[in-house]
Design a protein around this ligand. Structure first.
Ligand SMILES: [Zn+2]
Length: 393
């Protein structure tokens, strides 16, 4: 006899998944540069159509997130989180189609947000629709957190939901595109600013000055030395990337200042900012020992902790079971290289949280961003199973 999860997954409507995704893609929400108002209104309209009562939660700056629940009772509670904003399109002539038209070409839905992550949001909402159609009675509560501002500052969305006391669920799924692998851990980041100090002089007499750009160049080529030889089983080793450099002010002046912004990604277990910064300072000291004129200083400007959920968390098992029943193979454990809103659930609210969604991060943020339509629908079917199973249907 089919279970409630079997029934719910079988009545997922591929046309509905696609229609939801296309309407969300059409509702522009580029961040930075735009707002989530249109996308929030579209999401609210979709969940209203499912019989839910959406609540719009605005940040102090007025950025909207949509919160909507289905089910009730004393059973378990589950949050499903997806962000409504997208990165900007970039130059339109790098796209082969209109980024907001939601065109399907060769089985791929193309558009800004197709995989990151309006497609996954559509899959989750279509799964909820399927539960309703299948007449699945939930003992517990499923709450959608469709959040603003994940892609840029990250302060107007899920963080606000946490500050308003809305992250209270027993477990959570962040539906970022994980290629349907089970994301149990994610890296964090330390934004390090290094500044080289020199001495200005006439460009025709460089020996009278100290060239800050040259000092920074020496620091820059040895940057890989700041990485400790450690590795996380799912997230791999930490990484370092020289992201932004600025120095000098005129072609005929010896530059007295050069700054470098470094993106140092941290892995779970790296919890001490001072320990991450120490090798940067040691490198600067070493350079100064060989040449006293080299004066490079470094500081951590921003620190975003990594996050990790135990592999034996109940929600992880629910997803493994749902994926196995739908696809005949369990979802492989994985680490997420990027930073997601899972960190608020895990680190701030102590909620066991996994990252699980259709689509691939490798095409997120690119021109012609796409998601495979079959994978999108498969994601919706697995979500339907997860919701039915986790909420005790
Ligand atoms: Zn994303």
């Amino acid at each position: 006899m089919p279970t409630a999860a079997d029934t719910a997954s079988s009545v997922v409507d591929p046309d509905e998944v696609l229609a939801f995704a296309r309407s969300l893609i059409a509702a522009r929400s580029e961040n930075p540069g735009g707002s989530e108002d249109e996308a929030a209104a579209t999401a609210a309209e979709i969940v209203t159509g499912l019989g839910l009562r959406p609540e719009i939660v605005r940040s102090g700056a007025g950025r909207p997130s949509v919160v909507a629940s289905v089910g009730s009772g004393s059973g378990p509670s589950l949050a499903w989180n997806g962000h409504l904003d997208t990165v900007p399109t970039g130059a339109l002539d790098t796209w082969s189609v209109d980024p907001f038209a939601g065109e399907v070409v060769d089985g791929r839905l193309i558009g800004r947000g197709a995989c990151d992550m309006k497609g996954p949001i559509a899959a989750a909402l279509a799964a909820a629709a399927a539960l309703g159609r299948a007449g699945v009675e939930l003992r517990g509560t499923l709450t959608f957190h469709l959040a603003a501002d994940e892609e840029d500052a990250g302060i107007h969305g899920t963080k606000v939901l946490w500050e308003r006391g809305l992250l209270t669920q027993d477990a959570a799924i962040v539906g970022e595109p994980s290629e349907l692998t089970l994301g149990l851990a994610e890296r964090g980041g330390a934004w390090v600013t290094a500044t080289a100090y020199g001495k200005a002089a006439h460009g025709s007499q460089p020996h009278r000055g100290v060239n800050a750009i040259t000092s920074m160049a020496r620091f820059l080529v040895r940057l890989p030395e700041v990485l400790p030889q450690i590795e996380h089983p799912l997230c791999g080793p930490p990484t370092v990337n020289a992201a932004l450099i600025e120095g000098g002010n005129a072609p005929n002046v010896v530059p007295d200042r050069c700054t470098l912004d470094v993106d140092r990604r941290i892995i779970p277990g790296e919890t001490d900012p001072d320990a991450v910064l120490a090798p940067f300072l040691a490198l600067a000291d070493d350079l100064r020992r060989t040449d006293p004129d080299v004066d490079v200083r470094a500081e951590i400007r921003e620190w975003t902790p990594a996050a990790e959920t135990r592999s034996d968390a109940a929600i992880a098992d629910v997803i493994r079971r749902a994926a196995a029943n739908q696809r005949g193979e369990a979802a492989a454990d994985a680490g997420f290289t990027g930073i997601t809103d899972a960190r608020f659930y895990i680190n701030e609210a102590s909620i066991p949280t996994v990252i699980y969604g259709p689509g691939s991060l490798t095409v997120a943020h690119t021109a012609d961003e796409w998601i495979d339509v079959d994978e999108l629908v498969e994601g919706a079917r697995i979500y339907a199973r997860i919701f039915a199973d986790a909420l005790g249907a």
